[in-house]
Ligand binder design. Structure first.
Ligand code: ATP
Ligand code: MG
Ligand code: MG
Length: 569
């Protein structure tokens, strides 16, 4: 049974359903398609889609495209891909620009009600009139224009008669309000810019608060869930919803009906929760865009990026991410989560989900001289030590093996449990071997080990349980497949790369070792994996077959996370 979550938003929803305030709930996830979604968005997605799902409601995916900045279809595709990857599906896909006509009709209504006016102050003047936190603002000299004059000017704004910035439509609220957002905020600005969806239809564009509140209202959103920075905007949000009053003015929605768009106007309630912040990373689309544009990473989907596309390629699972955000829950308190909490959640998820395989990342040849030339056999390994349902697999074993170079030490440090000249070690699942000879090249480098397999120690033999200190992994040299293994690590070296101290920015804290590529060998049952299949390579960490580059005959694996936290102090 799913755990019963008790955060304050779920409690509000539960109460609203119990009291009959809403028969069913509706939410929306409203990203601006100006970049890729990142880990932080998972909290919003899990909240918007998750709550709707849990309470039998509906959640829309709404692309908030009121800014006629370039909305790349690439972003729109990635956003949809990411939401589905996390396991959610939207009731309807909407664009805020679908509602431009509604916003316009609503603005005329506000003008007729005396709640909005056309203002001729330029941006600098507006700022000067606005006042500050300690000083009340002053009313615009254009504030008392007649309804007729306002209507005429607004229609001419819409007709494209005035240049950019010449006029704005402003709400008439209160220039002395302690909340600066209520000091006659702009509702519309003039911008002769082509819009990705509406082309050149509109020389005026609605401002965020106005468009967002009305979009929620048009879609019949009952609970508009957003992050804490919008708390101060809530009075304006409510003002727009109440003054326009869509549920009681179906004529404003007539253009949508004409287009055949289903709608169900409602009075939405905005509720804020804190953003998800994680150390050792940056999570703002603007900064992530900079990393991409300056070529500091390999695009938005670089496995080191905190984008959902990036961490997906890195081998994070939707389950790990949802477990992570659900454990953190929702609150009104901003906090910075330790990156290791995310990594530990991934380890925990993959420990139960990832089949085991053997891979040697820094190969050293080991020849078992007491096995006949050409000897080979097939061993049976279980795929998961704690879960029989994972079944078993065949692992080829032969006279020549690859072992991990770091599992041998000519001069062992204190406490060494692995292979030394003349010493013994257990080969995982195969038996105990002894190193008899160290072969070096002219430069004195070790190129091969030669040794013997204790035939009495093989699985099923009487000596199989003989006590031995170390166990190492291996692959059969003749059967293993050469693979590219990309060893990823954190992108930044400091917990807070975002502080602009000493003239440094996050760019100065990039981890130079965040990506290394090695060539190793993987057992056949790893090579044949499908892209995006994750494994634990025994003793080496969790790895995933690369989503785009992996092929069975040319395997590519990405390290998702090490087995243990190597960053802990
Ligand atoms: P960014 O600052 O990273 O560009 P944003 O808030 O501008 O993010 P939007 O695309 O507008 O990004 O976000 C869509 C939704 O996701 C919003 O409701 C926003 O509040 C939420 N969201 C964005 N970042 C986070 C985060 N770090 N934690 C929780 N929710 C977030
Ligand atoms: Mg935004
Ligand atoms: Mg932003």
């Amino acid at each position: 049974a799913p755990e019963r979550r008790q955060d304050f938003i779920r409690q509000i929803v539960r109460d609203d359903l119990a009291s009959g305030k809403h028969a069913a709930i509706r939410t929306r996830f409203p990203p601006e398609p100006n970049g890729y979604l990142h880990i932080g968005h998972t909290r919003a997605i899990w909240t918007d889609f998750g709550i709707a799902q849990e309470f039998g409601g509906r959640c829309n995916l709404r692309l908030d495209d009121t800014n006629p900045a370039k909305e790349d279809p690439e972003y729109v595709r990635a956003i949809q891909d990411d939401v589905r990857w996390l396991g959610f599906e939207w009731a309807e896909l909407r664009h805020a620009s679908d509602y431009f006509e509604v916003f316009y009709l609503a603005a005329e209504k506000l003008i007729r009600q005396g709640d909005a006016f056309v203002c001729d102050l330029d941006a600098d003047e507006v700022r000067a009139y606005r006042g500050s936190l300690t000083e009340p603002g002053r009313e615009s000299p254009y504030r008392n224009r007649s309804v007729e004059e306002n209507l005429d000017l607004f229609r001419r704004m819409r007709a494209g008669e005035f240049p950019d910035g010449a006029r704005t439509l402003r709400a008439k609220i209160d220039m002395t309000s302690g909340n600066i957002n209520l000091r006659d905020p702009a509702l519309y600005r003039i911008k002769h810019v082509e819009h990705q969806n509406t082309g050149n239809d509109w020389p005026i564009y609605p401002m965020y608060d106005y468009a967002h509140s009305l979009s929620d209202s048009v879609e019949g959103i009952t609970h508009s869930l957003c992050t804490l920075e919008f708390e101060d905007h809530r009075p304006l949000y409510d003002w727009c919803v109440d003054k326009v009053d869509l549920p009681n003015h179906p004529e404003l929605i007539a253009p949508l009906v004409a287009k055949g768009l289903p709608f169900e106007a409602a009075k939405p309630r905005q509720i804020e929760f804190s953003r998800l912040n994680i150390n050792y990373t940056v999570m703002s689309k603007r900064k992530l865009m900079t990393l991409v544009d300056e070529g500091l990473v390999d695009g938005w989907g670089d496995p080191r990026m905190p984008t959902l596309q990036g961490i997906r390629r890195r081998g994070y699972t939707p389950e790990a991410l949802k477990l992570f955000v659900s454990r953190l829950g929702l609150s009104k308190q901003n906090s910075l989560i330790d990156f290791s909490v995310l990594e530990n959640t991934l380890r925990e998820d993959l420990d139960s989900r990832a089949p085991r395989r053997m891979a040697v990342l820094d190969p050293l040849k080991f020849v078992l001289t007491n096995l006949p030339e050409g000897h080979e056999e097939t061993l049976t390994f279980s795929n998961h030590p704690k879960d029989e349902s994972f079944g078993q697999r065949s692992v080829p074993f032969a006279r020549e093996l690859w072992i991990e170079r770091e599992d041998f030490a000519e001069v062992p440090p204190k406490g060494w449990k692995r292979l030394v000249p003349g010493g013994e070690v257990r080969l995982r699942g195969a038996g105990i071997v002894k190193c008899d000879e160290v072969v070096k090249n002219e430069a004195g480098e070790i190129v091969e080990l030669r040794g013997t397999l204790d035939l009495e120690s093989r699985p099923g033999m009487p000596g199989a349980d003989r006590k031995i200190k170390g166990t190492i992994h291996w692959v059969s040299a003749a059967h293993a497949v050469e693979a590219e293994v990309r060893l990823y690590d954190r992108l930044f070296t400091v917990p807070n790369p975002d502080t602009d101290e000493d003239g440094k920015t996050y760019r100065d804290y990039l981890n130079p070792d965040s990506r290394r590529s090695v060539r190793g060998y993987v057992e056949p049952a790893a090579a044949s994996a499908a892209p995006e299949q994750g494994f634990q390579f025994e003793r080496m960490g969790y790895f995933v077959a690369d989503r785009f580059d992996h092929r069975s005959d040319a395997p590519v694996f990405n390290r998702s996370v090490t087995l243990r936290d190597t960053w802990a102090a």
